[in-house]
Design a protein around this ligand. Structure first.
Ligand code: G6P
Length: 612
């Protein structure tokens, strides 16, 4: 998704903006641009198609563009193809208004017609050019100043936006507006920053303002004034970001994904410890007191991508430990099927970014129907965190690689904590089992460490299959949920077609696709399903498949039936997803590296999907 940055202060703006944009590269983009004001002079706009390096080269690392005030953008095309002309910043005809925008303007056509009627000429195919010119139109028509001109534009525009604007008459000032797209504002001494996400400004400041929906701000002289739609100042305090700046850097690893895989033991421990006090899980801070949990009769989970796969794991774990029905639904589907929720229902939304549009809208819908909503979110202050009734923050820190690993693992821990606590409250987990489950969760980090230590084994297997065209993942029960995530990891970063199937479903279709040499990866972590899954493996082996099994130490006789095995430590079966997913993450990673793909920034994908 698009990323925006802005800076006004005592330093040269362009290098700061380029640095900020480089921290947003993970969001996915196809072109980039900056606009810089040097005092009273007209803004200088530089854009480049393709990678950010092209913009670095065009500007001599930013050094050739002088000025202390500027805005920048990485574009992920929605309206109009990726091209230099469609890249942001966009400008009004006389350079009166210069803007960058993340989001989508829905009534774009209607506004375009209006502007053309008013004599505006359009040079690009973007909705942002329309937005820029509409601000210019109201600014000139009403002669009201930047805040009022932006407010009038906001009233006319339907859609989503994080918008940063510079006006010719106001050098050394940046104006912003937000609705439903991520935006944070930072201050440090005499400097002001804006960005779509924390890593872009973390090097410069930890003091940020969270600007709410339908608010605007003026940034100048190291100060940020926030306004509501009426143009009144909204008093706000800064929040301190506690993320470690180094956590947003590669720290010696070749890719963020590998770094984030290695961080899993720590972030799992951190996330669990955030709700573990005096030998007990305490969820009162996330709104789950014993009294609240007693009321829970069924749970609806909404999420997208890997977070949805966490929901699939949750379904097995919570239903088994708490005997409460759980339904998991893709957030994009949930919204459009007229959900049957009431104020008796409990909805859990899972999201790393807290900005996924479909998940956010699902939360809004659930709240409108009266349901109690809990968000499991990683990014503090994100839209979903603010929308839901309560938030369980995963402490995964900034996740940069587009393919999630550590955030997925942290979300699983949040689910385990909820499941164990709910099971206790429902009277299904006695003291001894409660202690057992807690100890098993606490033991996961060391076990993951051990799996990561053996990563060369996975690398060796991955190199053998680097040129596979199709891969299948099979498993039953919880193992099926793990396979879904393993398959997603593989396809998103190695571009190998892969599918995950419940092993019992093979014979209803996919077995027709099995041919000589096709890799079938199976997960076997659930004792009660072990033999059933091995029978399904034999069926595909008989049709020429090459088998790789992920199972626990001790199942050594599996070597008689499969071509490759990767062993993982045993844990309580409810928590096996946390272990079995690690070799699958590594498999996806090494396949991607072997195929020469940009691991952290796979094509067409974005980290934070803020469009429907
Ligand atoms: C994108 C990311 C996935 C992520 C999904 C949901 O597709 O590439 O890694 O699982 O969005 O994102 P969220 O931020 O809501 O967890």
């Amino acid at each position: 998704m698009c990323g925006i940055v802005g800076y006004v202060g005592k330093n040269q703006a362009a290098p700061i903006l380029l640095d900020g944009l480089s921290k947003l590269e993970y969001r996915g983009y196809d072109s980039a641009g900056i606009a810089i004001r040097d005092g009273e002079k007209e803004a200088e706009v530089v854009k480049a198609k393709g990678k950010l390096i092209n913009l670095y080269e065009k500007t001599n690392n930013g050094n050739d563009v002088k000025g202390h005030c500027g805005i920048g953008h990485t574009r992920w095309a929605t309206h109009g193809e990726p091209s230099e002309i469609n890249a942001h910043p966009h400008v009004s005809d006389d350079m009166n208004v210069v803007a960058v925008h993340n989001g989508i303007i829905e009534n774009y056509q209607e506004l375009k017609d209006k502007l053309i009627r008013k004599g505006y000429e359009l040079y690009s195919e973007t909705d942002t050019e329309i937005l820029t010119k509409l601000v210019d139109y109201y600014y000139k028509k009403y002669k009201v100043g930047p805040i009022d001109a932006i407010a009038k534009t906001m009233v006319r525009v339907r859609g989503t936006y994080a918008l940063a604007v510079m006006f010719k008459d106001y050098p050394d000032e940046i104006y912003v507006a937000r609705k439903d797209s991520p935006l944070i504002l930072g201050v440090a001494d005499s400097d002001c920053f804006l960005a779509s996400d924390v890593p872009a400004i973390l090097k410069y400041t930890r003091n940020v303002y969270y600007i709410d929906n339908l608010e605007m701000a003026r940034m100048h002289d190291g100060k940020i004034d926030i306004y509501n739609l009426d143009g009144d100042i909204v008093p706000k305090d800064t929040t301190e970001i506690t993320w470690d700046a180094e956590a947003a850097e590669k720290g010696g690893y070749e890719h963020f994904m590998m770094k984030e895989i290695h961080e899993q033991p720590k972030i799992i421990a951190d996330t669990f410890n955030s709700v573990y006090k005096d030998g007990k899980i305490n969820l009162s801070e996330v709104g789950l007191t014993d009294e609240e949990m007693e009321k829970i009769k069924k749970i609806e989970i909404v999420a997208c991508g890997s977070a949805y796969h966490v929901g699939m794991v949750a379904q097995y774990v919570i239903e088994d430990l708490c005997r409460v029905p759980v339904r998991v639904e893709l957030a994009s589907e949930f919204r459009y099927r007229k959900p049957l929720l009431t104020d008796e229902d409990f909805v859990i939304a899972i999201s790393q970014s807290g900005e996924t549009e479909d998940t956010k809208k699902a939360v809004v819908e659930a709240k409108e129907l009266g349901a109690n909503t809990l968000a499991i979110v990683n990014v503090v202050g994100s839209s979903i965190a603010r929308e839901a009734d309560n938030v369980f923050y995963t402490l995964a820190g900034p996740e940069i690689s587009v393919a999630t690993t550590k955030a997925y693992s942290a979300q699983l821990i949040a689910i385990y904590a909820i499941a164990v606590e709910l099971g206790r409250v429902k009277g299904l987990i006695d003291d001894a089992m409660y202690k057992h489950y807690i100890e098993e969760i606490q033991a996961l980090p060391d076990k993951i460490e051990k799996i990561i230590e053996n990563k060369e084994r996975i690398q060796w297997i991955a190199n053998k299959f680097a040129y596979s065209k199709d891969v299948f993942f099979i498993g039953r029960g919880l193992d099926y949920a793990i396979c879904l995530e393993g398959s997603l990891k593989m396809k998103e970063i190695s571009y190998i077609h892969s599918e995950a199937y419940a092993a019992g479903e093979l014979k209803h279709g996919p077995i027709a696709l099995i041919d000589d040499g096709i890799l079938v990866i199976s997960c076997l972590t659930q004792e009660g399903l072990y033999e059933k899954t091995t029978s399904n493996m034999t069926e595909v082996k008989a049709r020429g498949a090459v088998l790789l099994a992920v199972t626990t130490y001790g199942h050594y006789n599996i070597e008689d039936n499969v071509n490759y095995v990767t062993y993982i430590p045993k844990a309580d079966e409810h928590f096996m997803a946390s272990l079995a997913v690690v070799p699958l993450q590594l498999m996806g990673y090494y396949l991607s590296v072997a195929r020469g793909i940009d691991v952290d920034k796979p094509k067409n994908l974005a980290k934070s999907v803020t469009v429907e």
